[in-house]
Design a protein around this ligand. Structure first.
Ligand SMILES: [Zn+2]
Length: 150
């Protein structure tokens, strides 16, 4: 399932990527057409009122990203795979691949290199991720989205 995020939902798309979801961000409505033609199931998340509401459109009302995430969590968490949380590049929306310590040595701060044993890398932008690289508040965010209470 893809969660295609409309132009005003850039931050929300990043949150969904942290959860491991496939969340492309589109800058123009015509880009949505290319997802339609792929034939893959998708949800289109938007803040713009639509003339018709096909099942695949989810209207987001808040303009605060964390509240947007909470608004849509009932749908979102059906698709979250716990093994894939924090396994996607936040910038590129691409799944990370394992990287060896020697691969990442030139690309991470020295203390990180010494403190962590496992690293992942984005195959597109080459950004290196490690256990502590997603900001700490992200785990709070994940809890908020995946738990029932607010
Ligand atoms: Zn990337």
């Amino acid at each position: 399932m893809k969660f295609v995020c409309d132009v005003m939902l850039g931050k929300l798309s990043k949150y969904l990527r942290v959860l491991g979801l496939d969340a492309p961000y589109i800058k123009s409505p015509s880009m949505l057409d290319s997802y339609k033609t792929l034939g893959e199931p998708y949800y289109f998340l938007t803040r713009r009122k639509q003339t018709a509401y096909p099942e695949s459109v989810i209207l987001v009302t808040s303009n605060v990203p964390i509240e947007q995430a909470i608004e849509i969590r009932e749908v979102v968490r059906r698709y979250v795979d716990p093994g894939k949380i924090m396994n996607r590049c936040i910038g590129c929306n691409i799944e990370l691949v394992d990287a060896t310590k020697s691969d990442v040595e030139p690309h991470v701060p020295e203390f990180v290199f010494h403190q962590y044993e496992s690293f992942k890398r984005c195959p597109a932008c080459k950004k290196v991720y490690w256990e502590g690289s997603h900001a700490a508040h992200m785990s709070g965010l994940i809890k908020k989205i995946l738990q029932n209470d607010t």
